[in-house]
Design a protein around this ligand. Sequence first.
Ligand code: ATP
Ligand code: MG
Length: 721
Amino acid sequence: MSSPPAKMEPMPVTVDHLTGLDDEQREAVLAARGPLCVLAGAGTGKTRTITHRIAHLVANGHVAAGQVLAVTFTSRAAGEMRSRLRAMDAQGTGTPVGSVQALTFHAAARRQLQYFWPRVVGDTGWQLLDTKFSVVAQAASRSRLQVSTDDVRDLAGEIEWAKASLISPEGYGAAVAKIQRDIPLDAEKVATVYAAYEKLKANRDGIALLDFDDLLLHTAGAIENDTAVAAEFRDRYRCFVVDEYQDVTPLQQRVLDAWLGNRDDLTVVGDANQTIYSFTGASPRYLLDFSRQFPDATVVRLERDYRSTPQVVSLANRVIAAARGRVAGSKLHLIGQREPGPSPTFHEHPDEVAEATAVARSIKRLVESGTAPAEIAVLYRINAQSEAYEEALTEAGIPFQVRGGEGFFSRQEIRQSLVALQRAAERSGGQERSDSGQDRGAEGSLPEIVRAVLEPLGLTAEPPAGTKARERWEALTALAELVDDEVAARPELEFPALMAELRMRADARHAPVVQGVTLASLHAAKGLEWDAVFLVGVADGTLPISHALAHGPDSEAVEEERRLLYVGITRARIHLELSWALARTPGGRQGRRPSRFLNGIAPQTQAEPSPSKPRRQKGATPRCRVCNAVLATAPSIMLRRCETCSVDVDDELLAQLKDWRLRVAKELKVPAYVVFTDNTLIAIAESLPADDAALVAIPGIGARKLEQFGPDVLDLVRSRQ
Ligand code: ATP
Ligand code: MG
C-alpha cells in the first residue's frame, strides 16, 4: 500500500530523542509527518512527548527548527516548552531546536500582525488595548446604561466570551438563548454595549485599538483574505504543534486553520477530561473531532501517569469514571507509574473553621516530617474560600502565598469595607462617649451593625447575578461571618477592639512570603503539581458549585465541575487529603453534605445510582447458548453454557484480558477475581460483546463494573476484530 503524498514513510530512529520515553510516547514521537493527535491524561508526559517530537523532526531534516510553530494557551506553559527545548540543546542531542517558536496563540498572532499589518491595512496604526475596562465603561455610558464597576467587569467578560466564540453583537442574543448561558445583564443590553465597544475601538484619534481577541481575528483575516500574505506565512511555518488542545476556542481554531491552509502537518495534544474553561469559550470538540477533520491522522493514547502514586491515580480514575456526556466518551484510564504511597484520605468537619484548622495541623505535620511548604497546596473552588485557610495557616505560623486570587485582605471590596467599618467605629465611639451608659440597643448588635455598613458595598440578602458581583458578595459574606465568629468568641467585644483585631489580621497577611504553601483555586492550579495537595470544601453546593447545580443535576455545567475535581486530584504527587464541612460557621446549621462526586467513593457516602445504564433482564431461566439446556451450576451460569459444551474462544484475547485484569487489580490493590472472575473473562472472550448491552448481559458484570471497566474491555475486544 502506498502512503498518501502528504505523508512520508515512518522516520528513521535517532536514539537521542527517544531515550526516556515509553512505547506510546515513542510511537507519537516517531509518527510519520502529518496529522497526529495525542490523547493524554494528566502527568502522562505530553509536554515531554511534544518537545521530543519536535527535536526528532528537526534532527532528521524533516523541518528546520525555525519553521516549527508550537503554540499553547498560557505564557507559563509556553515558557515551559521553550525551556525544555533549550535543555535538549544543552544536552547536545544533535541539531539545535532552541530556535523553535514556542508561544501563546496571542503572542504568535501579535508578532504576525506586526509584520503583516502595514501591507494589509496601510497607514492606520494600531495599539494594543491591555485592558478593556475603560473602553467598556465608556461604551456602557454611550449606551445610556447605569452600571457599577462589577457590571463593567462582567460586561468585559461577556464580550471576551462572545469574541472567543466568534459571536457578533447581532448574534449575541440568539447565541446565549440557545445555550441558556448565565449572563450578568439583559442580553439586549450586553449586545448594545458590545456593539458600542467595537465602534469605539475601531478609530481612536486615527489609531485602531485592538484587544487580545482582535489580534487573533485580524491575523486570521489577513491570511484568509490576502493570498500573498498567506503564501509568505505558509512558506515561513511548515509544522504546527498545539499543547492543551482541549482549551482551544473557536477563534483560536480559526487562526490555526488559517495557518495551516490545506496542509496537515499538525500535532495536537490534549485531555478532554481537563476541560475546565468552557465559560471562556474553550471547547474540547476540536480535540474529540480531530480524526474527523483529518481522517488519516495517527492517534496515540498515553495512559501511564508519571506524576502521581497509583493510589492517587486510582481515585482520579474512579472520579472520572462516573462522568457523562460527550467528553466522558473519551475517558482515559490512567495507570500510575510511581512507587505506591499513602491512600488519599477523606475528612468531614462540623464547620469551615474546624476544617481549616485541621488542614493547617496536617500541613504542619508534613512540614515537620520534611515536606517543603512550597511542595504543598490547598485548592478550593472559589477565591473567597481562601480566607479561612489564610487565617488558619497564619495562626499555625506556616508561610503561604495566594495564587491567582489576590489574598482576602487585599481584595478591593475588603479594603473598602475596612475603611467604611473604621469610620463607623469612630462614629459609634464618639456616640458612646457623649451618651455614656447608653448601650448599642438602638442600632442592634455588633454583627448587625457591621452588616448594615457592608450592605451598600454589596452585601445583599441574596447572592447577585454575574461572576464578579458574586465574588464580591462572597468576600463580603466571609467578612461578615468573620465578625460573627469574633463576637461569638468574645461577647464583650466593642467596635474599636474589633477593628484593631481586623487590622492586625490584615497586616499579618501582608508580609511577603516566598517559599510558602500555595493557596489556589482549582482553575489556577491547572498544569501545576505538588507533593501534597489538600482539596477543601468538597461539598455539594461548593463543588459542584450551586449555580452549576441550578442547570440540573445532569447538566454540562455539573460535568465541568466534576472535571475540576479531577484536575484537582491529579495535581498531587504523593499526599492527597479531601475534606468538607457540614456548616459554614461554628454552631451553624449542619445542612451540607459531601460532594455528590464522592458518592460511593468516600467512606459513608452513598453509591451513585446509574439509571441510564442498560440492565440485565431478570427472571429469565438461564439456558446453555450451545445446547439450550437449563443451567444450574454457578460456573455454567457464568459461562452461559454447560461446562462440557465447547465454543470457540479467542485465546489471545483471553490472555490480553488476563494481563489487563492483573494491571487493574494491582492498581486498585484488590485480588484479581474482584475485578472479574476467570469465568467472566472466558465468557467475554467467547461472546465478544460489541457494546454495553452485550457486556452487561454477561453474568458477573453489573452496572458498577460496566461503568468501571466496560470501556477498557470493549476496547480490548474491538482491537481483536
Ligand atoms: P499535564 O497534564 O500536567 O500538562 P503532561 O502530560 O504535560 O502533564 P509532563 O509534564 O510532560 O506531563 O510529564 C509529567 C512528569 O512526568 C514530568 O516530570 C516528566 O519529566 C515525567 N515523565 C514523562 N514521561 C516520562 C517517562 N517516560 N519516564 C519518566 N518520567 C517521565
Ligand atoms: Mg503539560
